[in-house]
Design a protein around this ligand. Structure first.
Ligand SMILES: [Fe+2]
Length: 416
């Protein structure tokens, strides 16, 4: 390496600068601050009064400054378009003095005249041009000699790595943002498709019409009041829409039967969970909880549900939320064998069945949403579907919340 020609007094500052630049590469600061520090350190090591650090971009080929010191009238962001011959020359050159050879390396079409640079060090990583350091006049009289260029070549390596890291991170950020945008588009498309699907699932029977749509909306709102993040809330809505997908295989006469179902009929109805699971298990949804919700939304915390008799600790959060939303909608809707329960009756029943059957946090969140509705003065979006009359007062809801708390604390005391 050319540094063996340096004498020790000149070599030492170069090594010190190199150590500093190594630290800068991984410094936890924004890139512009790092670029300025790296350029200042390089200029100090070479006793340069003027200097600039550029990033190279491919399409279109050009250099854009990210740091510059000392030049008079240097633009905030200097841009130098590169011709193919310029890129080739920069790609195959070591640091050099630019005595009358500027146009080999830079076009004159930029907003800074290349003539102000006295030497240039192309920045490369794995033979790929990532940028350039250019130096202008020095503090003392005189130009740059071979030893200076060797030092510059040494310092250029960590700077090139830092620039490359920045460009990669930038590209990655861009890619992630782009993917998120696509994903968001995909989610809204899914949402609309699933809404149509939910409508189709319940279309068989007048009594269950709209059930899946309402369960999806209730489940999402309960999740929201539980403080879940937006992706989980969207997943709950989708899972609610699809939870009864297995009913497409159930004989439609069973939905219309006025009395209780025979054992065999009940089994056919109950099998919609397993059938539904078979339908969705092979589908790659953006929300992984859908198949488990489809299979397990009739499970109950005390193990009395079906098809797997899971207990509370075995039931994922999404299952517990959709199970509650499903029961809430079923109770407040008319069925072939009974009139709808009033809101008060429904809530009393749900609170009495918690924590034995339902998830206490989900029930609390349900009461929070209903209390918002009961005290709402504006015409904003309500939690409760218009088909269900709001017949409970805020103080009734407070009493239900107090009863719920009592039951949860008692359950804890007994199980302790
Ligand atoms: Fe169901």
């Amino acid at each position: 390496m050319a540094v063996v020609n340096h004498n020790l007094p000149r070599l030492l500052p170069a090594f010190e600068a190199l150590a500093d630049l190594g630290n800068e590469m991984t410094a936890d600061r924004d890139f512009i601050t790092r670029a300025e520090t790296m350029l200042a350190r390089t200029m100090q090591a070479l006793d340069a009064r003027e200097g600039a650090l550029f990033i190279h971009s491919d399409r279109p080929a050009m250099l854009t400054s990210v740091a510059a010191f000392g030049f008079a009238l240097f633009p905030q962001s200097a841009v130098i378009p590169l011709l193919p011959k310029n890129v080739r020359a920069l790609n195959h050159s070591q640091p050099m003095v630019l005595a009358g050879t500027h146009e080999r390396y830079f076009s004159a079409n930029g907003n800074v005249p290349p003539g102000v640079f006295q030497c240039v060090a192309p920045l490369r990583v794995n033979a790929k041009l990532v940028g350039a350091v250019t130096l202008g006049r020095r503090n003392a009289e005189g130009g740059y000699d071979e030893a200076d260029l060797a030092t510059l070549g040494m310092l250029a390596q960590p700077i090139a790595m830092a620039v490359q890291n920045h460009v990669l991170a930038h590209t990655l950020e861009h890619r992630i943002a782009e993917n998120l945008r696509l994903l968001a588009g995909l989610h809204s498309m899914y949402d609309h498709t699933l809404e149509a699907f939910a409508t189709a699932i319940d279309a068989k029977d007048a009594f269950t019409r709209g059930h899946s749509l309402r369960v999806g909306r209730y489940a999402a709102a309960v999740g929201e009041a539980m403080g879940l993040d937006p992706a989980q809330v969207t997943g709950l809505r989708a899972a609610g829409y699809l939870h009864d997908v297995g009913k497409v295989n159930v004989d439609k006469h069973l939905f219309k039967k006025p009395g209780a179902l025979e054992r065999i009929e009940f089994q056919e109805m109950a099998d919609h969970t397993v059938m539904g699971h078979q339908i969705v298990a092979g589908v790659e949804f953006p929300w992984p909880q859908i198949p488990e919700v489809v299979r397990s939304h009739h499970e109950r915390a005390d193990g009395s549900g079906y098809p797997d008799h899971l207990h509370e600790s075995e039931m994922p959060l999404a299952v517990r939320v959709v199970a509650l939303a499903d029961s809430f909608d079923a109770m407040t809707s008319e069925r072939s064998y009974r009139q709808p329960l009033s809101l008060g009756e429904t809530l009393t029943h749900i609170v009495r069945s918690t924590p034995g059957k339902f998830d206490a946090e989900a029930v609390q969140a349900l009461l929070v949403q209903l209390r918002r509705d009961a005290t709402r003065k504006d015409s904003g979006a309500a939690f409760l579907e218009p088909s269900v009359p709001m017949t409970v007062a805020p103080r009734d809801l407070d009493q239900l919340a107090a009863d719920l708390n009592f039951r949860i604390n008692n359950a804890r005391a007994y199980s302790a």
